[in-house]
Design a protein around this ligand. Structure first.
Ligand code: PLP
Length: 420
């Protein structure tokens, strides 16, 4: 059937209408979260007297940059924290997390991941995979891990380990990443922060906040985390930031991290802005609405794909704390067809056909779809998955609900065509 010029299966369009009818209340919940974050962002812009002068390029050493300093104050304010580091020189989420570890941990310190095995790229940093000569373990830092039980923290084991003493830092990964587990919602993070701080308030709690930013009405820093970290190619870049990452938290810790970011003695006082400040401000300004669009796009796809018989996680009515949706497509042709459809529905490189291929750093062949404006941006609609049973696609993003919905319809239409 002709849907604004796109040929989409008639039954799929009927299902789409039903889906939107039934999701109204859930959409409203996310719209009200976006309202709350918009008010926080707007008032922080106003308190900090943002002016057009704050967007100008500062070159060379970048010793004085009002725009950069104000932006960092704004990040701290909206996250209920003391300080922040928000820079184009932070190249990715992984880089930001590495800065935190190396800034806060010293030879002989112990840190624990309490959300099980960390995200793929962090394992090499820690030194539990890969053979880097520069991992934390190679630098004399001790690593321990406490796994999740039934998709929640192992509170009893965490309690006894913290009581034994000697723990410098605890790391929590909020989002599931590429693992088959639930993401950890703010209520759970709050409970575990209270537990840890109640035993030993000096233990540093750091949260890998990638994909979680602005999804719920509070952030980990509002509930006891000392430092949180994210990538600007994800939520808070709002699709505008061309690169960058952020770290928000306690002032003394941000100082330590900033000295690792630049050099001891220099800290936050240096760093040309590469003319990126306008996009950072605008990205943050748009982020509440962009994150809401991505959430609605994922909930919409979850509902439709579940109705079509696929295993989806989370389900449409589940509480969400990140922008990720997984869909188990059961066979290789369906996984590839879905990624193809998402690519065909993209604004950029829509004419390319994704095919499974080996990827550096991944054990299996991967198929990836992402026709995004910013290379590798995952706040823009994108999907990928390892080409092994059960053929699960990891999908996220959607800069606007309308484009997200079109992308999903074209993607699902491709699976249906493939089945015929
Ligand atoms: C994306 C992500 C990272 C790493 O961020 P990059 O920008 O890809 O380096 C780390 N942890 C989680 C949970 C992520 O989703």
């Amino acid at each position: 059937m002709n849907y604004f010029g796109y040929d989409i299966d008639e039954k799929l369009l009927a299902l789409s209408d039903e889906t939107e009818q039934n999701l109204r209340e859930i959409y409203k919940k996310h719209e009200s979260i976006a309202m709350l974050w918009s008010a926080r962002v707007l008032s922080a812009f106003q308190h900090n007297r943002v002016a057009t002068n704050d967007f100008v390029e500062v070159t060379g050493y970048g010793y004085t940059d009002d725009g950069r300093e104000k932006l960092e104050k704004i990040y701290a304010e909206i996250f209920g924290a003391e300080d922040a580091l928000v820079r184009p020189q932070i190249m990715s989420g992984t880089h930001a997390i590495n800065l935190c570890f190396t800034g806060m941990l010293k030879h002989g310190d112990t840190f624990i991941s309490i959300s099980g095995e960390p995200y793929d790229s962090l394992r090499t940093i820690v030194g539990i995979s890969g053979d880097s000569r520069n991992s934390l373990i190679k630098n004399g830092i001790k690593y321990e891990q406490i796994d999740l039980v039934d998709n929640d923290f192992d509170y009893a084991q965490i309690e006894s380990r913290i009581k034994r003493g000697g723990v410098k830092l605890v790391e929590i990964q909020r989002s599931r990443g590429y693992s088959h587990r639930d993401s950890l919602c703010i209520a759970k993070i709050e409970k575990v922060c209270k537990l840890i701080k109640g035993i030993d308030s000096s233990v540093i709690i750091m949260v890998d906040n990638c994909y979680g930013d602005m999804v719920e009405d509070r952030e980990p820093t509002h509930v006891g985390a000392d430092v949180i970290v994210g990538s600007l190619m994800k939520n808070l870049g709002g699709g505008e930031a061309r690169t960058g990452g952020y770290i928000v938290g306690r002032h003394d810790l941000i100082e330590d991290i900033a000295e690792r970011f630049s050099a001891p003695g220099l800290g936050k006082d240096i760093g040309a802005n590469m003319n990126q400040l306008l996009s950072f401000y605008k990205g943050l300004y748009n982020a509440p609405s962009v994150v809401c669009s991505a959430m609605k796009t994922m909930i919409y796809s979850s509902y439709i794909l579940e109705r079509l018989g696929y295993d989806v996680d989370p389900k449409y009515a589940d509480l969400r704390t990140d922008i990720i949706q997984t869909i188990t497509l059961k066979d290789e042709p369906s996984l590839v067809a879905f990624c193809k459809g998402i690519q065909f529905g993209s604004p950029v490189e829509s004419y390319l056909t994704p095919v499974p291929a080996p990827m550096p750093g991944y054990p299996d062949d991967e198929v990836m779809a992402g026709g995004s404006f910013i290379s590798g941006s995952t706040i823009e609609l994108s999907a990928d998955g390892p080409v092994v049973p059960p053929y699960t696609a990891y999908m996220q993003g959607g800069l606007t609900y309308e484009y997200g919905k079109l992308g999903i319809l074209i993607g699902i239409n491709e699976i249906l065509k493939n089945k015929k």
